[in-house]
Design a protein around this ligand. Structure first.
Ligand code: HEM
Length: 145
């Protein structure tokens, strides 16, 4: 069964939808940047949901396809996959670190300033580029061409 009628397994169709929903969720959270408790809660939920999809869907897929990635030829698909994996790793690490700071500061009843504006802008940009590469991955491997 496939949702979009592509070659992709239903799990990867579902993952693509989840990632797009998550980005909309994070943009909604970014718009709430002044309400720090609400902003931090929305972003932490987003980061943890993303971690779950990495651990159960994207990570296992990366490990399964590792032999293709390290064996020539270096196709456009391989470049997209490696860039997606590296930027995605940086993005989720940043998101989880902000979230951890948020939880610790919340519990200690300290001011909820988990990062500066440039850090937040870098984080959301990384997230967006990673998603675009993920969509590129999907198009390269699962859409007929
Ligand atoms: C995935 C994680 C996160 C992303 C993608 C993210 C993204 C953003 C974005 C886009 C802004 C607006 C920046 C601007 O003014 O242009 C912002 C502001 C801000 N966020 Fe986050 N955020 C995340 C997690 C957190 C967490 C957990 C906290 C802790 C409460 C936090 C604290 C702040 C603060 C203090 C600002 C205002 C920064 C300033 O204007 O100096 N963020 N964030």
């Amino acid at each position: 069964m496939v949702i979009f009628g592509t070659l992709s397994a239903v799990l990867f169709d579902a993952n693509l939808i989840i990632q797009i929903v998550l980005l909309v969720w994070l943009i909604f959270g970014a718009l709430n940047k002044r309400e720090l408790k609400r902003h931090g809660t929305i972003m932490a939920i987003g980061a943890i949901s993303n971690l779950v999809t990495i651990l159960f869907i994207m990570g296992p897929s990366l490990i399964r396809n590792l032999p293709t990635l390290v064996t020539p030829p270096v196709t456009l698909g391989v470049v997209i996959t490696v860039a997606h994996a590296i930027l995605g790793l940086v993005a989720i690490t940043g998101g989880l670190l902000f979230s951890l700071r948020f939880v610790l500061q919340l519990r200690a009843k300290q001011p909820l300033a988990c990062g500066k504006r440039w850090m937040m802008r870098t984080e959301i940009t990384l997230w967006l580029v990673t998603l675009l590469l993920g969509i590129g991955f999907y198009a390269f491997y699962y859409l007929p061409h």
